[in-house]
Design a protein around this ligand. Structure first.
Ligand SMILES: [Zn+2]
Length: 109
């Protein structure tokens, strides 16, 4: 599922898509590797101007502490984009439940 973040604060907001949180939740890394040898990377950041809507982002952004706080304080709106509707299933398969015979219980205990 993807989400759109809306900046409702009166100031610009910048969120760092922290590797440990964001990339972990995402399952893939979108950071910029600065130094290949040391593997140093710089996390991506998301800048939202006042009243701006972000592009569709993976739900992983909701795991970020800054985002959680901003949403909780009402500074950030979250719009969830529902996944594509599933193709209609023409016939729901019913598991034919045969009338179960009530077994006489053996009260041997
Ligand atoms: Zn990363």
């Amino acid at each position: 599922m993807t989400v759109i973040l809306i900046n409702r604060a009166r100031r610009m907001k910048v969120f760092t898509l922290a590797h440990a949180t964001y990339c972990e939740a995402l399952g893939s890394c979108g950071c910029t590797v600065v130094d290949r040898r040391s593997g140093r990377r710089v996390a991506q950041s998301l800048t939202l101007a006042t009243g701006a809507r972000s592009p569709e982002l993976p739900e992983a952004v909701l795991k970020l502490g800054d985002v959680i706080r901003a949403v909780a304080s009402g500074e950030l709106g979250v719009e969830r984009i529902a996944p594509k509707p599933k193709p209609r299933i023409s016939k729901t398969e019913r598991s034919s439940v045969e009338s179960r015979r009530t077994r006489p219980r053996k009260g041997s205990r």
